[in-house]
Write a protein that binds this ligand. Sequence first.
Ligand code: R5P
Length: 357
Amino acid sequence: MAIPFPPLLYSEKPPIPAPLAPLAAAAPPPAVVAPPPIPAPLAPLAAAAPPPAVVAPPPIPAPLAPLAAAAPPPAVVAPPPIPAPLAPLAAAAPPPAVVAPPPAVVETVAAPSQDDLKRIAAHRAVELVQSGMVLGLGTGSTAAHALNRIGELIRRGTLRDVVGIPTSKKTEAHATAVGIPLSDLHAHPVVDLSIDGADEVDPLLNLVKGRGGSLLREKMIEGASRRFVVIVDETKMVPRLGGSGLAVPVEVIPFCWSHTLGRLRSLFDGKPGFDARLRRATTAGDGGKDEPFVTDNGNYIVDLYFENGIHGDLDLISDKILRITGVVEHGMFLGMASSVVIAGKDGVRMEDKREVR
Ligand SMILES: O=C[C@H](O)[C@H](O)[C@H](O)COP(=O)(O)O
């Protein structure tokens, strides 16, 4: 059932309820925990990021400065480093002390915009984050709200010892900017919780993802997650995948891409309204040239379009696409989502995966 948000709505710092006030007064000031040592594969990133051994929190970018100024001065607690051989064990261990985040209540939203709804869904999902967790950090405009909220809770000291695994270079930069310590699947092969947006969600919680081009890393990290929570505004709900008429992306290697495109096209030959096109993008510099869109992995994207969605057995169609040599991955995420948080004009609700797909 949907939980209506107006007129209750949100306050960035909800008042501490009276029974908790003495506790709050006695509680130590929020601590900021230095991020864990960055594993070797991330060393190049570490060079760009704030030095991990430094006990002070990472520098707050200009747009976040007012937030940081409002936050209490952080006390600094450096956790004992986890010896390398124990890192996988640490990943599997239950999360340490849990500090419940404050209620995810935001500002008053009289007539919520689509972006308000994305933020409301994101904040609801971040309520599931607990200290000590390994997090999969999604990509896109909805996931960006989750990153901001996680960063805010870390700065307040409400969340401690979390590490995030970013699903794109953009998310890596964003997470660094808001102070989320980063890791990867080498150091943390099991992810406790991933939170990410989606382009489409069908009634069985199958997804289309990758209209931002990040499907491959998203599928790797979200597929390694104990729990994968999808956050959407209600416009993303469709009766069947491909039903929005927008792209169902397929990542392909650049070598002979038009041959791969032709083979993808032949899979859906004769389907009325079907089309397949190489995704193109206008480059920022150099007079804005129109070129193939290149993913974080150096690949291209072929977008598939279906007039009335994808009909047939999705698992079978997925297999057929993946069997084409030259295809790296596609953007249908079948049976992967544990839950979807849907924010709409009437409120926010969470749906859990049903066992039968
Ligand atoms: O590649 C992009 C990702 O799959 C995004 O999660 C997806 O496109 C949804 O993005 P947004 O939240 O911006 O609609």
